[in-house]
Design a protein around this ligand. Sequence first.
Ligand code: FAD
Ligand code: NAG
Length: 497
Amino acid sequence: MPLILDSSSESSVDAEPDIQEERRRLYHESDVVIVGAGVLGSALAVTLANQGRSVILLEKSLKEPDRIVGELLQPGGVQALTKLGLRHTLDDIDAIPVTGYTVIYYDEQVPIPYPAIIASGTQQEPDNSEKVKTPEGRSFHHGRFVSKLRAAAMAHPNITIFETEVTSIIDCVSEQPTQVLGVECLTRKTQKDCFFGSLTIVCDGYASKFRKSYIHHTPKVKSKFWGMELIDCPLPTPQHGTVVLGDNSPVLLYQIGTHETRVLVDVPEGLATTSVANGGVKGHLQNVVLPSLPAKVQPSFQAALEKGSLRSMPNSFLPPTTNKTAGLAILGDALNMRHPLTGGGMTVALSDVVLISELLSPENVPDLYNTDLVLKQMKSFHWRRKNLTSIVNILAQALYSLFAADEWQLKYLQKGCFRYFQLGGQCVDVPVGLLGGLIAQPFVLFYHFFSVALFSIWILVWENGLLMFPVSIVQAVLVFGKACEVIFPYIFAELRS
Ligand SMILES: Cc1cc2nc3c(=O)[nH]c(=O)nc-3n(C[C@H](O)[C@H](O)[C@H](O)COP(=O)(O)OP(=O)(O)OC[C@H]3O[C@@H](n4cnc5c(N)ncnc54)[C@H](O)[C@@H]3O)c2cc1C
Ligand SMILES: *[C@@H]1O[C@H](CO)[C@@H](O)[C@H](O)[C@H]1NC(C)=O
């Protein structure tokens, strides 16, 4: 028998859920089989179970995760969590409120707080003025948040969690087209098990073992984030994520607990200053990154370097695709990834849970075994999620190109972007609203991106002066061309089915 974690035996639910519980526990059979109890899997399990579905949740390790990912949840993600009735999972984990960002550009800095106007936002929820609040994100230890999400799933009478590693997907090839029936697992590395559901949902994260059989894109990795935990590090603005720009690739800093601050240093592949002769990545952090950080951050950065607990994660890009296999859905990082610079992954995951649970609700899909209807809903999911996720995806990739500028045209765009933020008003509120997952209108991103491009060109012309005007015209064309080169591939990636 696999290790079963379920509290339902003590709960007093009516007869039907009891029978369902038995079917899950004894026969490994349910409406939905979810692979991976990470951010997406755990939240989705609870949401579908709340709708009365019988859910089996499979996770290879139920120990509290210890990772350097998923530590800052944008306000849009907090809103999605609230819609799912899971807002309480952010309580009692020593989470820090996040009220915006501060961008440091060489010796200058500009605070970009989340805008209050958008908090009062939607027309469906008319607000009285006292309720107008600045939206807030939260930053925390990833593992603590995931453990709370898993605890919510464990406490649910309609979910049974099994600690087991999924090894393969069971599909029925005799049926045309192929239909997924469930999964095969290995429990405690020895015991083979199978689980069956009308719908199998794969959300096994960035290194997904199963996506390659169903998705023809492969993740692209151009850089890694190297992370350390700083102790009692003073940041320029309390409760703000900090982005440090300059001659190097960007550095992110945010508080994840009362005394702990995460630093993530972007290190592009094949950087000369990370060569063995230069002391590897540690040498790069010591000799190149440390001197570029704000003076008050340097002592705790130095201390963490000496302690030597460096960890890294690949920064991947994977454009989304439509799920087309009957009986299967792939979600979360397994389906779609963007550079973590803007901290958008969990916001995408939780917003996707809101949307998919609506599309697959018992009102819309009474029986999940109706694969034609499920596939139709999956197609609709692919396009409807774009209102929000295409913004998060494109913004993350485009901003990364600017912030990691390694060509002169990109340097101008980077400077233009910073000067644009310095203008304040809409030039701050809207971009940070997009980043925070608070605005679901892709065209707004397009508009502001090209405003930044034109503003960069204006700066270029101004700095060159009148005498250089003919040169400026050529340079302006090249900068504009680069801006198009930065954004259009990601726009096209979103337009594919
Ligand atoms: C360096 C870095 C920093 C990031 N920072 C942020 C941030 O600040 N904010 C943000 O919103 N996003 C951030 N992200 C992105 C975020 O971490 C992901 O988008 C998010 O965790 C995706 O959730 P998921 O549920 O798809 O995957 P995960 O949370 O990774 O969950 C996958 C789960 O599946 C389990 N699993 C895997 N294989 C199997 C198997 N074979 N059988 C059973 N179980 C299995 C795993 O154990 C895991 O529990 C960051 C990413 C990176 C790389
Ligand atoms: C569990 O599912 C049943 C239907 O099988 C539903 O009536 C009940 O509300 C669900 N329980 C919870 C706590 O959501």
